[in-house]
Ligand binder design. Structure first.
Ligand code: HEC
Ligand code: HEC
Ligand code: HEC
Ligand code: HEC
Ligand code: HEC
Length: 449
């Protein structure tokens, strides 16, 4: 029944598009353009034979070429603020990112190119569908990363994750952008209202990553959100990562109360600093994410002591941390000193580019078929060995036990810091060489007695 309705709507659309009043009517296309998913079980991965296998990208059978897409700099002549925001975000660097490139090359060599389309499908969707992204050479199109025309050419999603979206540039022979408004009119492109652009499912197509051959759940930011209270409260990815602000979306349009900003603030300040980008909104977002508190704090005394700290995920709409599991790590640095500043107990120090053994870490650890830890070679992963990340609106307790000897002088001081890095320094050094990229350790919260 639903299918029939769909066909009917599509026919209507085609009919509409073929009418002789294209120029006036196309400026506002019907809202039904976005085809809703049906209720079949999502296979999560592409099936052999799909056009960009093992990526799930679709172009609806159309052959695309680079000239169907524009350089974001062109959009900047009108959408100045949005362009600035986007160009300071990680998504504008999704191809240039040196860590991505290093692992992309390793994966390509190790799998004889079997994963190429897969990685490129999310890190440069336009590159893969127009044949303009290659493992070893740079092209202007790939360098744009996940850009304006990537997201605004998405006409539909046909599943969750692994790039299950359809790119439909120039759908009716001229520039058409899909987005959140049904009353936007522009002199240089048509606009179509797209419900999916207002929903987390748009982000899901890239922020849920499944191993394309063994189906291991590698990244699950979307699922983590879907299973959280934020979903039931109608708080979408966009509400936190594209907050609405008063202003104009272009230099030539009217003021509105709720323009979707494009900062896409996230956690990877290391990458942004490396490219001298503005990280203000990222640090601000970090400050909203977590909280620490003592549980039943007793006065420290000579002999054995036990301290419990409760770490809350108060502001992230998914696990804390989420995303790329190989590097992302949050941990508690914990220090006890006596009144002469002598260290009595310390945990969570960084040594040789690692957090020291015994550190209370919040992290997912991937494993291979022998049960060994996978640190970099993600294509070898087939299991999750452990996952201590904190669920949204939830908390985890960490407990420290230590002895205070007789020669220490009270009062005793506790200092705790909640730290985050997107990658341990030793992995960055191994991939890029020493002193090529300095990992930024972000202090998310602090606590003392
Ligand atoms: C000549 C100026 C101009 C240029 C260049 C331009 N736009 Fe626009 N665009 C507009 C105007 C005006 C609007 C309507 C804004 C409004 O109503 O608030 C708009 C609206 C939009 C919207 C919102 C549509 C909706 O339905 O909500 C998107 C998305 C968009 N443009 C993307 C782009 C992209 C991508 C490019 C570059 C490929 C681009 N624009 C280039 C002027 C321009
Ligand atoms: C990762 C996907 C993504 C990228 C990249 C992206 N956009 Fe958007 N854009 C969106 C989404 C999603 C919305 C609607 C957000 C909402 O409704 O909450 C949007 C909304 C807009 C709007 C309408 C804003 C409003 O509220 O009226 C304009 C204009 C726009 N984008 C232009 C651009 C331009 C120009 C670029 C490149 C510099 C760009 N976008 C890059 C996803 C993206
Ligand atoms: C076409 C694929 C694609 C889509 C669609 C997409 N993203 Fe992304 N996003 C990426 C990639 C790839 C990266 C990582 C780039 C890198 O670090 O190399 C990223 C990075 C990010 C980051 C920064 C992460 C960090 O570590 O700091 C945020 C935040 C983000 N995306 C939010 C969103 C939101 C919100 C949406 C939906 C409105 C969305 N993305 C849609 C591909 C996508
Ligand atoms: C309630 C607000 C909220 C919602 C909803 C939300 N996020 Fe986040 N997100 C955050 C905060 C806060 C951070 C920074 C802390 C962290 O790293 O998790 C973050 C970080 C991220 C990062 C960087 C994580 C890392 O460590 O690499 C990505 C990627 C991301 N979000 C994507 C998404 C996507 C996709 C959705 C929707 C499925 C979403 N977020 C929904 C608040 C939110
Ligand atoms: C389904 C979409 C998708 C596919 C396929 C994909 N990625 Fe990503 N990748 C992402 C997103 C989204 C992020 C950002 C997550 C975050 O910030 O935590 C990311 C982040 C990364 C990062 C971390 C970058 C940084 O600077 O921290 C690396 C490295 C990476 N991807 C490499 C790869 C490689 C290599 C492949 C192919 C084997 C691949 N990706 C396939 C979506 C994808």
């Amino acid at each position: 029944m639903e299918k029939l309705l769909m066909v009917f709507i599509l026919c209507l659309l085609c009919f509409h598009a073929l009418g002789d009043d294209i120029a006036t009517n196309l400026a506002r296309l019907p809202t039904n353009l976005v085809i809703q998913q049906d209720n079949h079980i999502d296979p999560l991965i592409a099936l052999p034979g799909e056009p960009y296998y093992p990526s799930r990208i679709s172009t609806n059978g159309k052959q695309l070429n680079g000239s169907m897409f524009e350089d974001p700099k062109k959009c900047a002549s009108c959408h100045e603020d949005i362009y600035k925001q986007w160009s300071n975000s990680a998504m504008s660097l999704s191809w240039k990112d040196p860590i991505y490139k290093a692992i992309l090359k390793r994966s390509s060599v190790a799998t004889n190119g079997k994963t190429d389309n897969f990685c490129i499908g999310c890190h440069s969707p336009i590159g893969v569908t127009t044949g303009n992204a290659f493992i070893n050479t740079n092209t202007p199109i790939a360098d744009r990363g996940v850009d304006c025309d990537t997201c605004h050419s998405i006409s539909n999603i046909h599943g969750i994750g692994n790039a299950a979206f359809t790119l439909s540039p120039m759908m009716f022979g001229r520039k058409l952008v899909f987005a959140n408004r049904d009353d936007a009119v522009s002199p240089v492109h048509d606009t179509a209202y797209s419900e999916v652009h207002t929903k987390s499912e748009l982000c899901a197509s890239c922020h849920n990553v499944t191993h394309p051959f063994n189906k291991l759940a590698i990244e699950r930011t979307y699922d983590e959100w879907r299973d959280s209270l934020y979903n039931s409260q109608g708080i979408e990815c966009q509400d936190c990562h594209m907050p609405k602000v008063k202003g104009r979306s272009s230099n030539i349009s009217k003021e509105r109360e709720d323009i979707a900003s494009h900062t896409f603030a996230g956690a990877n300040t290391t990458l942004l600093n490396h490219f001298n980008k503005d990280t203000t909104s990222n640090y601000a977002l970090f400050k909203t994410a977590a909280k620490m508190e003592f549980v039943d704090l007793q006065t420290l005394r000579l002999g054995m002591n036990t301290i419990t700290i409760r770490v809350h995920n108060v502001g992230a709409g998914h696990k804390l941390p989420t995303g790329f599991p190989e590097g992302r790590e949050m941990w508690v640095y914990f220090l006890v000193q006596d009144s002469t500043n002598r260290t009595i107990y310390e945990s969570g120090k960084v040594e040789h580019g690692h957090t020291k053994e015994g550190t209370k870490s919040f992290k997912a650890v991937l494993g291979d078929k022998n049960g060994d830890v996978v640190e970099v070679n993600v294509w070898e992963a087939d299991r999750i060995l452990s996952d201590t990340r904190i669920l949204p609106k939830s908390y985890t307790d960490v407990t420290y036990m230590f002895e205070i000897m007789g020669n220490a002088t009270p009062p005793f001081r506790i200092q705790a810091k909640l730290n985050y890095w997107p990658f341990p320094q030793h992995i960055v050094d191994e991939l890029l060489g020493k002193n090529k990229m300095k990992v930024d350790i972000v202090e998310m919260a602090t606590l003392s007695n």
